[in-house]
Ligand binder design. Structure first.
Ligand SMILES: Cc1cc2nc3c(=O)[nH]c(=O)nc-3n(C[C@H](O)[C@H](O)[C@H](O)COP(=O)(O)OP(=O)(O)OC[C@H]3O[C@@H](n4cnc5c(N)ncnc54)[C@H](O)[C@@H]3O)c2cc1C
Length: 427
């Protein structure tokens, strides 16, 4: 018996447990995960890039305050591997309206960005901004890069270190963990059991009182059960008639080594940030290049939407043709230095997609179950703030205090009162 049970030890579950314990130090908290340790789901498969650059105001605030929190952790001496290398958006006509919408929010919130001279990007990153006239580019309908936007409060971090940070904190606060334990059932029981056969009956006031684990063991929560199951949310919650309003979609990362002098120069490009590393770069059609200077490599990805099913694949496998036919032609059209290069290794995971790209944090049917998911591909960069919102909801608060001193109504991430502005910058 615990006060709170958190199912899922990814960034969302860890951060939620941490903020529950911070707000209610006397509470007993148990965190359960089927993986052998924390961060064994999509958190550990992430590209772990961050930016406070979104078209939905709530997303922007979640990310901005989480980045501020991670920065303070790093400055206090716990190395999260944060590197403020920036995000470089190479914008064609198709992406322009989305980027403009994000820039309007950035202006309103005073988030720093600058327009970079395309000539500099051509020189330092080997960009071919003008692709019109190239046979293959014409065939693919690719457009010229019209402008380059460098978002400053952005970069990359080490997701394993972020997980370690929360995990160490939680252990020192006395939170208990149970790894290698799969939750097979969320237990629904009447608040006032009458001992009648078939309980809970439809007229009874019921709640989610705990979870049943593989092997039969049960854990009970006096106050709340938090389902922080990421891509597994739909699979786990549909059995009790709860809709997490988000679904899994496969996402893939391909690792290309900086194997030539030219690629090495691109990786360590100067002039964009104090780190002397190329920024996280987004090409037209949303092909993204994340530098991994520690491995002398690029992590390359692309998010496909129409045609990619909502499906949980276990374990998720990267698809070779997705790189060779889907990514490489675009990549080498805009950055010829990558022509003919194939990945050394690759992996796949899932984005846990909500319909509007905003996380989902709500308590269905006054059930004492808090659903916290729907991170839509940006759960690392928003993780601390999502945990604050979920913890506030668990404690019955209407507002969450975020790390930068701002507050957010808990309802903004709910299903009612939602900050329903479509997020256009899911990449
Ligand atoms: C390829 C890729 C690249 C990404 N890049 C970025 C990026 O650059 N920046 C960014 O911010 N985000 C990125 N993301 C998204 C980010 O990784 C997620 O938003 C985030 O990790 C979600 O965290 P979570 O805690 O909700 O889910 P998870 O980390 O998946 O945690 C859910 C946990 O639930 C556990 N679980 C599932 N079912 C059960 C069960 N029945 N019983 C017990 N435990 C269970 C799982 O083992 C898992 O540990 C990326 C994701 C992928 C796949």
């Amino acid at each position: 018996m615990f006060d709170y049970i958190v199912v899922g030890a990814g960034i969302v579950g860890l951060s939620t447990a941490y903020h529950i314990k911070r707000l209610d130090p006397g509470a007993s908290v148990l965190v359960i995960d089927k993986a052998p340790g924390p961060g064994g789901g999509d958190t550990g498969r992430s590209a772990a890039a961050f930016r406070a650059f979104f078209t939905n105001k709530a997303n922007m605030l979640l990310s901005k305050s989480s980045i501020a929190f991670y920065r303070s952790v790093q400055e206090a001496g716990f190395d999260l591997g944060m590197r403020f290398i920036g995000y470089l958006w190479l914008v064609d006509r198709r992406a322009q309206p989305r980027v403009d919408a994000a820039l309007r929010h950035a202006d309103a919130l005073g988030l720093p960005y600058e327009r970079v001279d395309l000539g500099l990007v051509e020189e330092r990153l080997g960009l071919r901004a003008s692709v019109r006239g190239l046979e293959e580019a014409e065939l693919m309908g690719l457009d010229d890069v019209g402008e380059a936007i460098l978002v400053k409060e952005a970069g990359i971090l080490d997701p394993d270190r972020l997980v370690e940070y929360y995990y160490e904190k939680l252990r020192s606060m006395g939170v208990e963990f149970r790894f290698g334990s799969r939750v097979v059932e969320f237990i629904v029981e009447p608040r006032r059991p009458l001992g009648i056969e078939g309980e809970p009956l439809p007229w009874q006031d019921s709640r989610v009182s705990g979870v049943r684990l593989e092997g039969g063991l049960e854990a009970r929560a006096r106050r709340k059960v938090i389902a922080a199951l990421g891509a597994w949310s739909d699979q786990a919650l549909r059995a009790i008639g709860v809709d997490p309003v988000s679904k899994p979609k496969k996402r893939q990362i391909f690792v290309v080594r900086a194997s030539t002098g030219e690629l090495s120069q691109i990786l360590h490009a100067r002039g964009f940030n104090a780190e002397g590393v190329m920024p996280f770069t987004i090409l037209p059609r949303d092909v993204l290049i994340r530098p991994e200077p520690r491995e002398e490599a690029f992590w390359i990805g692309l998010s496909d939407n129409l045609g990619r099913p909502f499906k949980l694949e276990e374990p998720p496998a990267p698809e070779e043709h997705y790189y060779t036919l889907g990514i490489l032609p675009v990549l080498s059209a805009y950055m010829p230095a990558f022509e003919g290069l194939y990945p050394e290794t690759s992996w796949a995971g899932h984005y846990d997609m909500s319909p509007d790209g905003l996380p989902v944090v709500y308590e269905p049917f006054d059930s004492d179950l808090i659903v916290a998911c729907g991170t839509s591909g940006s759960g690392i960069m928003k993780g601390d703030a999502i945990g604050r919102v979920a913890a506030s909801l668990a404690l019955g608060l209407e507002e969450a205090e975020l790390a930068d001193g701002s507050t957010m109504p808990v309802a903004w991430l709910g299903v009612q009162g939602r900050m329903a502005e479509r997020e256009l910058l899911i990449i």
